[in-house]
Design a protein around this ligand. Structure first.
Ligand code: GLA
Length: 394
């Protein structure tokens, strides 16, 4: 061994002996480097699902242009299986609603360039109770899903016999990871036992909240509950404040813009929950806003936080790649208000001039801003900007 190599070895040995290695926990499947994007049947269709709906949805994802924008997962939620397992203990697709079987459906969805997701439960029965859960059958079910060509598993938490999540979720993750297929693992534990603190070992995303419904109150409260865990989100593992309600009719257009903006900056999974076969132009303009999607998919992968609250006026902000900052000025009251983002709240040096891009108007504001950005925001509505530094004053 030459002298140089020997010295290098000594340095390495010393470094290993003295460094406290910080272990970055994330699931070793390489999936979810940015938050997943797609569609899920539950918010709009609940248990009224069948293979025609799933196929037509896949068709619509392509024909509307959503697929090209990055929405790639078509996810079947609860109620796809027969009430009971077969005599060998396997899950069976419901013969009435999914007569061609899930493998054929996966082939169809894959032929469109999309991916198929499925749903099961870390308990004895799923939340609808219409079908069996996977507890005790993890290996069989993981092998079945892999053989069918499944790309995404949402794993729910009902009817669990009061066993702790740590006694139920690892089995499925291990079983999935022992198959030869890459499957995105979405933990649906509703935030009960703070899955943000253990989810990254077991899944690529974890629900931080109870179920959303199609109302302003439900939406903003999910956003708040999810925000608390911002530090835990990172490429490979994301906080999940539940699926989108945009386009389902229970909120105003401005409220849906708030919903989509906050989900985007929170690096939440963007799982569409409306009927994409029959979307209005307004709905498509929200879900299809490329600039907002790009914020969600930014490679830095840092979840934005609420940095200032002034009554019902809030400033949410977070860093993006390229020294840029994304800011949402959110007005939670029903009355219009002036909201100000101060540089020292959002992490920009005080003397920095920035260019501001309004992501919903698709315009770059003519003047540059230094120190703060103030805007008028209508009730139950928001403004969303990307700030890019352009120069510094002395
Ligand atoms: C739970 C989940 C929902 C949905 C239903 C299906 O409530 O949190 O997202 O999957 O079950 O029954």
């Amino acid at each position: 061994m030459d002298k140089q190599r020997f010295q290098l070895m000594l340095i390495l040995a010393f470094a290993m002996a003295t460094t406290d290695f910080v272990k970055v926990e994330s699931l070793a499947n390489g999936l979810g480097s940015t938050p997943p994007m797609g569609w899920n049947s539950w918010n709009h269709f609940s248990c009224q699902i069948n293979e025609t709906l799933i196929k037509e949805t896949a068709d619509a994802m392509v024909s509307t242009g959503l697929a090209k924008l990055g929405y790639q997962y078509v996810n079947i939620d609860d109620c796809w299986a027969e009430h009971d397992r077969d005599s060998q203990g396997y899950l069976v697709a419901n013969g009435r609603t999914f007569p061609s079987g899930i493998k054929a459906l996966a082939d169809y969805v894959h032929s469109k360039g999309l991916k198929l997701g499925i749903y099961s439960d870390a308990g004895y029965r799923t939340c609808s109770s219409e079908m069996p859960g996977s507890l005790g059958y993890e290996k069989k079910d993981a092998e079945t899903f892999a053989a069918w060509g499944i790309d995404y598993l949402k794993y729910d938490n009902c009817n669990n016999g009061d066993l702790k999540p740590m006694e139920r979720y690892p089995q499925m993750t291990q079983a999935i990871m022992s198959t030869d297929r890459l499957i995105f693992i979405s933990l649906c534990e509703w935030g009960d036992m703070h899955p943000a603190t253990w989810g990254s070992k077991l899944g690529n995303s974890w629900r931080t909240t109870d179920d959303i419904n199609d109302s302003w109150e439900s939406m903003v409260s999910r956003a708040d509950q999810n925000e608390v865990y911002a530090e835990y989100a990172r490429p490979g593992g994301w906080n999940d404040p539940d699926m989108l309600e945009v386009g389902n009719g229970g909120m105003t257009n401005d409220e849906y813009i708030v919903h989509f903006s906050i989900w985007a900056i929170s690096k939440a999974p963007l799982l569409i929950g409306c009927d994409v076969r029959n979307m209005t132009q307004e709905t498509m303009a929200i879900l299809g806003n490329k600039e907002v999607i790009a914020v969600n998919q930014d490679p830095l992968g840092v979840q934005a936080k609420k940095v200032r609250m002034m009554g019902s006026a809030e400033v949410w902000a977070g860093p993006l790649s390229g020294y840029r900052t994304v800011v949402v000025l959110l007005n939670r009251s029903v009355f219009a208000a002036q909201i100000t983002a101060h540089w020292d709240d959002i992490g920009i040096p005080p003397n920095t001039y920035v260019q501001a891009r309004n992501l919903w108007k698709h315009i770059t504001l003519e003047r540059e801003f230094v120190g703060k950005l103030r805007a008028q925001v209508s009730g139950h509505s928001c403004k969303m900007y990307i700030l890019t530094p352009v120069s510094q004053s002395e």
